[in-house]
Design a protein around this ligand. Structure first.
Ligand code: PGA
Length: 243
């Protein structure tokens, strides 16, 4: 299947378990202002914790900012204490949802099969899943990065429209980046194993200082930003770096 081409860079902020209402208001207002200026070259998605979605949704009305969930249940509804369904995300105002983040794979024992089921549920509800994949440092040092990523792709990807985020686990929240050559070669590998036109984001310690370099690497359609998305001055520069 060929996916519709949009050449604008996708800049996704993953707030993880950070923030309160005041911060959500500030970050969304700042992102909305910046997204308007960057409309020709960047699309901005904010992924707040579920409790802050109402604040983000309210603040982003009339702006070009979109919202995403950080996770979803593969189940439609039922006795799943603490989980959140795709229809609930949709109703809250989300158009995207991150699935298979390495923190969930590691801390909540999510397998490729679970990630695939979540992605299917998201697509079924009209959400675009941002499917995270990436190798650990041990796997990279053992020369197995491509093999691991291939397996994750083969087992995690659903039919339909999705986005892939390549996030080497050792680069997340560590201040370490993959080298541009490593990013380019892994993105080419992912592109060769996904439908033509699939957007492939890079994530892992993306910040104002390295965003431009990363966003100009061949095959990088955007970035998934954790820590730096919590600081408006950093996140704004990242959005502007897509120019
Ligand atoms: P980081 O997180 O930017 O803080 O490294 C990225 C992510 O986990 O998506």
């Amino acid at each position: 299947m060929t996916v519709m081409q949009d050449n604008r860079k996708l800049i996704v902020g993953n707030w993880k378990m950070h923030g309160d209402s005041a911060m959500a208001l500030l970050l969304t207002e700042e992102a909305a202002t910046c997204a308007a200026k960057a409309r020709d070259f960047a699309q901005v998605v904010l992924c707040p914790p579920a409790t802050l979605m109402h604040m983000v949704a309210r603040t982003m009305i009339g702006s070009l900012v979109h919202m995403g969930g950080q996770d979803c249940s593969p189940a439609a509804e039922g006795a799943y204490t603490g989980d959140i369904s795709v229809t609930q995300l949709k109703e809250a105002g989300c158009s995207y949802v991150i699935v298979g983040h390495s923190e969930r794979r590691a801390m909540h024992h999510e397998t490729n099969e679970i990630v695939c089921a979540k992605s299917k549920a998201a697509i079924g509800a009209g959400l675009i899943p941002i499917i995270c994949i990436g190798e650990t440092l041990v796997e990279r040092d053992a020369g197995k990065a491509q093999e691991i990523v291939s397996k994750q792709l083969k087992e995690s990807l659903p039919q339909g429209h999705f986005i892939v985020a390549y996030e080497p686990v050792w680069a997340i929240g560590t201040g370490r980046n993959a080298s541009p050559a490593d990013i380019e070669s892994m993105h080419a590998h992912i592109a060769a194993n996904t439908p033509k036109g699939t957007q492939i984001l890079y994530g892992g310690s993306v910040k104002a200082a390295n965003a431009r370099e990363i966003l100009t690497i061949k095959g990088v359609s955007g970035v998934l930003v954790g820590g730096a998305s919590l600081k408006p001055e950093e996140f704004n520069v990242i959005i502007e770096s897509a120019a």
